[in-house]
Design a binder for this molecule. Structure first.
Ligand code: F6P
Length: 371
């Protein structure tokens, strides 16, 4: 009997922050699997549905995914399975005998859950954290295929993740709208966008929406240079200024702005825009206002690009399992979707390359990076 014919039941889960397109991946994976005669089980809230079943009414931590359930979800934002970026089972926060919080690896309990529910393979849809965990399961013998997701576009070995195009389209449209109000009042508008430690969202939306300044984690900034650019260069062409700040941007002599750092939780970034706004208020003669786009970037219906990419990833993940693959992630390498080892993905974050033509384009357009 071949590897392939051994698969009878697969599980699908979504982990980390949600991103537009998750439901399209689920739909494509479920229909492709059902058409091969496999059963599909959805795990609620990352791994919680199988790992912490007591949190749910009996049996409700797992969902039997049918045609009816996934039929109409391609255009739907969020994830019908729920997700979490708290309580990483590889570093689960627990109290030791002395009452201290310690991080415990509980991945074996999840593997036992897969065995109990006779799940033969897993499609794990997520970002770096979820894919590292998927890699651990693969190394422990479970058949696993990862699907890369994040609005931040910071996952290595794939040219793009789904969710990113929707996020930058919304950011661009939002910044477009700020031009008229900024111009009417002669103000500086500082717009903070998500992206964690990579500047993809700020870079792509800032260039597309004619920002004057873009501050990204890859280029620590000198606020005096930003103020000089606004006072001397931008003022020659208009009475207002648009400054796009990635949440992970930091001054040359300072730190990334962090709101929260706790055991078992991802670091929460925030405050970078407010910091830049406060400094510019002092260094320019203009009024400054701040807009934080935040979670709005994660909401709403996926763009056509993200829907198609997500559907391609979902069906490729099932094809990979059917071909006997495991321990891999499906990845965009235009015009193809290829398989890359999960090992390689979790090792490196993909940041904006400073010698890319996108960065050269921004500089040619007179956009300041504060360097
Ligand atoms: O990784 C996606 C992301 O949206 C980041 O851009 C952001 O820093 C983070 O998630 C916010 O997560 P939370 O859902 O915990 O606010």
């Amino acid at each position: 009997m071949s590897e392939v014919s051994k698969i009878k039941r697969i599980a699908i889960n979504t982990g980390g922050g949600d991103a537009p397109g998750l439901n399209a991946v689920i739909k494509a994976a479920v229909i492709s699997a059902l058409n091969r005669g496999w059963e599909c089980i959805g795990i609620r809230d990352g791994y919680n549905g199988i790992f912490l079943p007591e949190r749910y009414p009996p049996g409700a931590g797992l969902i039997n995914l049918t045609h009816d359930i996934v039929n109409n979800i391609t255009a739907l934002g969020g994830t019908i399975l729920g997700t979490t970026n708290r309580g990483n089972p590889m570093k689960y926060p627990m109290k030791d005998t002395k009452g201290n919080i310690v991080e415990v690896d509980r991945t074996d309990e999840i593997l036992a859950g897969f065995k109990r529910h006779e799940i033969d393979a897993l499609i794990a849809i997520g970002g770096d954290g979820s894919l590292s965990m998927a890699n651990v399961f693969a190394q422990k013998g479970l058949k696993v295929v990862g699907v890369p997701k994040t609005i931040d576009n910071d996952l290595d070995k794939t040219v793009m993740t789904f969710g990113f195009d929707t996020a930058i389209s919304f950011a661009t449209e939002s910044i477009d709208r700020l031009h008229s109000t900024a111009q009417s009042h002669g103000r500086i508008m500082v717009v903070e966008v998500m992206g964690r430690y990579a500047g993809w969202i700020a870079m792509n939306s800032g260039i597309s929406s004619s920002a004057d300044v873009i501050l990204i984690p890859e280029i620590p900034y000198d606020i005096k240079k930003v103020a000089d650019h606004i006072n001397k260069e931008v003022s020659k062409k208009r009475n207002y200024s648009i400054v796009v700040v990635a949440e992970g941007a930091r001054p040359k002599d300072g730190e990334v702005s962090v709101i929260e750092k706790e055991a078992g939780k991802a670091e929460r970034l925030g405050g970078a825009g407010e910091k830049v706004a406060k400094d510019l208020q002092e260094l320019t003669d203009k009024e400054v206002r701040t807009v934080i786009l935040g979670h709005l970037l994660r909401g709403g219906s996926p763009t056509t690009f993200d829907r198609l990419l997500a559907l391609r990833f979902g069906s490729a993940a099932v094809r990979a399992l059917a071909e006997g693959e495991s321990g891999i992630m499906v990845a965009l390498d235009p015009p193809h979707v290829r398989y890359v080892p999960l090992d390689l993905v979790s090792q490196r974050m993909k940041t904006v390359p400073l010698d890319s033509d996108t960065v050269h384009t921004a500089r040619d357009l007179g956009i300041c990076f504060g360097d």
